[in-house]
Ligand binder design. Sequence first.
Ligand SMILES: *Cc1c(COP(=O)(O)O)cnc(C)c1O
Length: 231
Amino acid sequence: MELKTQIKENYAKILENIQKACEKADKKPEEIKILGASKKQSPEKIRIAFDLGIKIFGENYVQEAEKKISELKDLPIEWHFIGRLQTNKVKKALDLFFLIQTLDRIKLAQEIQKQAEKKNLIVPVLVEVNIGRELTKGGVDPDKIEEFIEEIKNFDRIKIAGLMCLPPYEEDPERVRPYFVKMRRLFEKIKPYMDLEFKELSMGTSNDYCIAIEEGATIVRIGEALFGKRN
Ligand SMILES: *Cc1c(COP(=O)(O)O)cnc(C)c1O
């Protein structure tokens, strides 16, 4: 099937699923932001998805993103960084991305602060939570999240816009639900101590975005269910 037709069908299916999840959760589909997780997907596919109505895309690797973002610079895309960010890539990342979804260490915050001062920027971030406490993944331990956020508040160039997580993969998405519930509770617990800009809960991928929405996601990050298999 032609690429465009395929992505169009995928997107229609996603919208239908989001609609259903929103009905269950008593929410409006307009409240959910779809982020196209575009790592290892071609600029051509991203352009098709953009034309269908997706305005936010997320990349995991600064180098890969640099090339693609430059090829797509005619489009008003809101680029988010969703991978693990090395401190030596922060400078470049701030030129490329509107929002960093994966702030998870003070050292990284220090570097963002430093580079943002030089560029005279305020950088919106999400704090990544290692909700499954997996050794292989980034993110702040759920028990340390409040303490971490209090420290981040001291960085005046960083604006905390919410929380993000990538829970353990489970073939049966129902098994991921408890992690989403836990994230939602953390979010609600922290919210009273934050300003109004703290409003995003980024969770859910191709496999489990419906359940993430039922449990309170405001941003879902969808890769293969939208674009097809990664290269
Ligand atoms: C790749 C990736 C996604 C999307 O995963 P899919 O299974 O392709 O939907 C979402 N979030 C992060 C952080 C990713 O790295």
